[in-house]
Design a protein around this ligand. Structure first.
Ligand SMILES: Nc1ncnc2c1ncn2[C@@H]1O[C@H](COP(=O)(O)OP(=O)(O)OP(=O)(O)O)[C@@H](O)[C@H]1O
Length: 257
């Protein structure tokens, strides 16, 4: 799915959140949105999901104006949104049942997907009986099971510890490789963006504009991000992190957070 944001502005009453955002997100691309807290990253994602409408400009998905939510565009949040009264398999199957897939068939496919995210054997556990990382694995299975053309990920691993987060990032990369959805990823974790993204957009504080864009598509990714040290440093400078101490940062216009 190809997104086209053209001159997008968004305000909530007097609060100007986004100004003049223009970008195309190509089919199968993974674009990370990084920026200070409250600058409007989630708002952009919500517009792509069809939960918010732009105040100005045009936003299309595959050349169709986005008029509301659609199962082809799946949103996944930081807080796992699993229903506590349903088992993992029931939670994952629900995504298909909403699309009128027969219950038995949905459960069979949910089992398959739980296997793909390394949760075989835990199908009949309730969310409170598994770890936070396992709940997010189940949430990934639920996001992918309906084979969305676009995944809109809002800090999907933000609540997890660093090690668990890395294993989830590996799983996400594998799923993206096999399913090739277009992905918009909001993250505060610069390393996560470097590891996962084909392109990183760094935003200014509200009203958000793109300060700089980094194209990473030609880099082979591992968790050893040494190859990205210079880009990482520049992003941190742009975000105003370590800008005070760093001579390099002083040469770049940092924004403060
Ligand atoms: N539905 C809404 N009604 C009113 N204000 C809103 C609404 N949604 C978001 N905002 C405001 O828009 C601004 C941007 O919010 P948004 O959640 O997009 O920021 P963010 O960059 O994702 O922040 P964070 O990184 O902290 O999650 C905030 O000031 C927020 O209060």
């Amino acid at each position: 799915m190809r997104f086209s944001f053209k001159n997008i502005a968004k305000h909530f009453g007097d609060l100007h959140v986004i100004e003049e955002f223009t970008r195309d997100i190509e089919s199968g691309e993974l674009v990370a949105l990084v920026g200070p807290s409250g600058c409007g990253k989630s708002t952009l994602l919500h517009m792509a999901a069809g939960l918010e409408t732009p105040s100005a400009g045009s936003l299309t998905a595959d050349n169709q104006v986005i008029k509301g939510p659609h199962p082809e565009r799946t949103l996944m949040f930081q807080e796992n949104a699993l229903y506590p009264w349903l088992t993992l398999v029931q939670n994952v199957a629900l995504a298909l049942e909403f699309q009128k897939v027969d219950k038995k068939q949905a459960a069979a496919r949910a089992r398959e997907w739980l296997g793909k995210v390394k949760l075989a054997g835990f199908e009949n556990y309730y969310p409170h009986q598994v770890s936070g990382g396992m709940r997010q694995r189940a949430a990934l299975a639920r996001a992918f099971i309906s084979r969305p053309k676009a995944l809109l990920l809002d800090e999907p691993f933000g609540a997890l510890d660093a090690l668990t987060r890395m294993t989830l990032q590996d799983s996400l990369r594998e799923l993206i490789r096999s399913e090739s959805p277009t992905v918009l990823l909001v993250t505060h974790d610069v390393d996560e963006a470097l590891f996962l993204a084909d392109r990183i957009l760094v935003f200014s504080p509200r009203p958000a504009t793109v300060l700089k864009e980094f194209n990473l598509v030609h880099h082979e990714k591992t968790h050893d991000l040494s190859e990205f040290a210079a880009i990482r440093r520049e992003i941190l400078c742009l975000l105003g992190i370590q800008a005070e101490q760093d001579e390099f940062c002083k040469a770049i216009e940092g924004v403060g957070v």
